[in-house]
Design a protein around this ligand. Structure first.
Ligand code: SF4
Length: 676
């Protein structure tokens, strides 16, 4: 077997493994990297099966152009010329901002950088975004405000050193399994664990305290814990005095969150809030982990501010075994953000509105650049429905299944004059495209990926893409050249050299320096060893800022017509819209059907039996799925994973957005259930 060391294509944990190839060149399996500091010789079930979809017969192998209503094979020259000429035509006719580019947290840093360059320099629009809008845009907005940097503050190695771990809104053992198992190992060596999650997740079985607060009440819960910490004098007074600002405002804002009032809002007992405050406030070092249970709300940024306030209040920042740790979902969602696949920033979060940053990129690329921040992807959907957006370029994303309120997204994409999809499979979104370009998956190209702990690592090419499919960076480079921009890169290392030249936090990153363990940014120069822990002496913005927040209910809560609360998420065996995992035979065998978790008490009232088909309806649509009766969900709540096209959770979800981050409220909406 020939082994090729590369990065796992699924979650943001950043495991590395060897793809194994037999004499005929076929991928036959994977083997974990024993010496890698994250994998440590282990993988989760998705990692072990990461080779399985690569050579699936459904792979796209030639460009497709829609003719007579059908997607039909075409040559690369014809397809790329058409993409360039139609986008140029629409920009000339309706202005550059009538175009939208959606990048991908699945492609490499180099590919995200090139697509960002194509949008900004090739087509002169800042309308570029990616799926972080749907997962951690709230973290970026909230943590930049309070700390000056939106990334995970500490490294995963810190789990081995901490005294206490608070996991809120993260089903870690299923979504980031190797981080979940590392947390369990910490518990085994004596670390305390608090889990705040309405579902009875695997981690909660090992927790010292499980807080099953109502979905959408995180601000009240965190404010209640903080009030109690202050009440009992457990705050870190010297950290607050030396390293923070606006403490008085925070203290005043906590006044009304007594244990009794917090209990009324959250559905918990007052004693649980007091216990949580004593446990958290009493620990010498505590790590906070959160994921989309915190961010995917119409008040997601407020949730993040509250998490940040708790860490600052207790001095849990800038030291080993502490920190605010948003767990990034996709394997390169951190990198896609770092590469400026966002509407308001270039690489390294340099603002497009900042004249100096704009001048720097303008000089590097040799073209004038727009100073107006572009559209967020969720606002772009609204703009398309309103007819203001005409052309959409989608790289490796499937918004028909991944975005909230499917009917609204479909209406938007159908209304466009021109839709381009670049993908490895013919997804539900590709079915609406005018041109589909066949791309490469992680096993078929070189490139770097940045994990949740800001670790930049090298993915390596094991096999060529199938048929006429091409590496994504080559596809984008061809379009850049058609826009008159030089883009004759010999390989992705040359693109990384260009990135390092314009991005201070990646200034010292180069392929020759990325050995087995990669490097954590900020890494400003070639001699710098990388930065596993941020905010050591001071926060990126200087002082850590307390940002008081007030509890606000979710936008759509259960009522008489729709009496149950719907929450959505992922499962252990599948990944996002199922494009890859549902084409991996062992993963598909484990979980083949769309299903919903329903509490047995609700099932009894509704007359629903185990495995019976049920219809779930919200104000936006209905789906039919199989009922799984379980006390993992509390009474009054339904959980539906969003992997299954035939029972798509996002038919039901509410596209109410957080006003600051533009993230939809995936975690709370009102539904009703009928037995069929
Ligand atoms: Fe891949 Fe994440 Fe599993 Fe590691 S934990 S093997 S990165 S899916």
């Amino acid at each position: 077997m020939k082994p090729t060391l590369t990065v796992c294509p699924y979650c943001g944990t950043g495991c590395m493994f060897h793809l194994l190839q037999d004499d005929s060149g076929r991928l036959t399996g994977v083997e974990p990297s024993g010496g890698h500091r994250i994998s440590r010789g282990q993988l989760c079930v998705k990692g072990w099966n990461a080779h399985a979809f690569v050579q699936h017969p459904d792979r796209l192998t030639s460009p497709l152009i829609r003719r007579d209503g059908q997607l039909q094979p075409a040559s690369w020259g014809e397809a790329l010329d058409l993409v360039h000429s139609r986008l140029t035509q629409l920009a000339d006719q309706h202005g550059s901002d009538s175009l939208m580019f959606l990048s991908s947290a699945k492609v490499s840093n180099e590919e995200n950088y090139l697509l960002m360059k194509l949008a900004r320099a090739g087509f002169r629009t800042n309308n570029i975004d990616h799926c972080a809008r749907l997962c951690h845009s709230s973290s970026v907005t909230g943590l930049v405000e309070t700390l000056g940097s939106g990334a995970m503050t500490n490294s995963l190695d810190c789990i081995d050193k901490t005294e206490l771990i608070l996991v809120i809104g993260s089903n870690t053992t299923e979504q980031h399994p190797l981080i979940g198992s590392r947390i369990l190992q910490a518990v085994q060596r004596g670390a305390r664990l608090i889990v705040a999650d309405s579902r009875r997740i695997r981690l909660s079985r090992h927790a010292d305290l499980h807080l099953r607060h109502r979905n959408g009440t995180d601000v009240a819960l965190l404010n209640g814990i903080m009030r109690q910490i202050v009440e009992e004098g457990l705050e870190d007074t010297s950290f607050i005095a030396d390293r923070t600002e606006s403490f008085a405002a925070l203290q005043a804002s906590l006044e009304s969150y007594t244990p009794q009032r917090t209990a009324e809002i959250t559905g918990l007992e007052p004693e649980q809030i007091i216990d949580a405050a004593r446990l958290f406030g009493g620990a010498k070092s505590a790590m906070l982990f959160y994921a989309m249970g915190i961010t995917q709300h119409s008040h997601g940024v407020d949730n993040v501010r509250a998490v940040s306030n708790l860490a600052l209040l207790t001095g849990n920042l800038g030291r080993p075994g502490t920190g605010i740790n948003p767990l990034r979902g996709q394997n390169n969602v951190q990198g896609a953000c770092d590469m400026g696949a966002l509407p308001d920033v270039f690489t390294g979060y340099q603002k497009v509105a900042d004249p100096d940053a704009r001048q720097k990129f303008s000089t590097a690329w040799g073209v004038p650049l727009s100073s107006t921040p572009g559209l967020m992807s969720t606002h772009a959907i609204d703009a398309a429905v309103a007819g203001r957006l005409k052309g959409f370029f989608i790289l490796g994303e499937n918004p028909i299944l991944s975005d909230a309120n499917q009917a609204h997204v479909r209406q938007a994409l159908e209304k466009l004059d021109f839709l381009v999809c670049v993908d490895i499979f013919r997804t539900e979104t590709c079915e609406l495209a005018d041109v589909v370009l066949p791309a490469s998956c992680y096993a078929e190209k070189d490139g770097t990926f940045t994990s949740t702990e800001r670790r930049v690592q090298r993915g390596r090419k094991a096999i060529p893409p199938p048929g006429e499919a091409r590496e994504d960076w080559r596809i984008i480079a061809e379009l850049l050249q058609r826009c008159g921009m030089p883009a004759d890169y010999a390989d992705p290392s040359e693109i990384m050299a260009e990135i390092a030249g314009v991005t201070p936090s990646y200034g010292g990153i180069g392929y020759d320096r990325l050995g087995r363990d990669g490097l954590c940014w900020p890494c400003p120069d070639r001699a710098h060893p990388g930065t596993p822990i941020l905010h050591r002496k001071q926060c990126t913005r200087g002082k850590g800022r307390f940002s008081p927040v007030k509890y606000q209910p979710s936008k759509e809560e259960p009522d008489a017509a729709y009496p149950l609360l719907l929450s959505t998420g992922r499962t252990y065996f599948h990944w996002h819209t199922g494009t890859m995992t549902r084409r991996s035979h062992l993963l598909d065998r484990e979980e083949r059907k769309a299903f919903a978790e329903l509490n047995p008490l609700d099932a009894q009232k509704l007359g629903v039996r185990e495995m019976q088909t049920i219809r779930i309806s919200s104000r936006r649509g209905s789906i039919e799925v199989m009922a799984e009766l379980t006390d993992r969900v509390p009474p009054g709540q339904v959980f539906v994973p969003f992997h299954f096209a035939e029972g798509a959770a996002n038919v039901l979800t509410n596209n109410a957005l957080d006003p600051e981050s533009g993230i939809p409220e995936f975690k709370v909406c009102a539904v009703r259930v009928e037995a069929l």
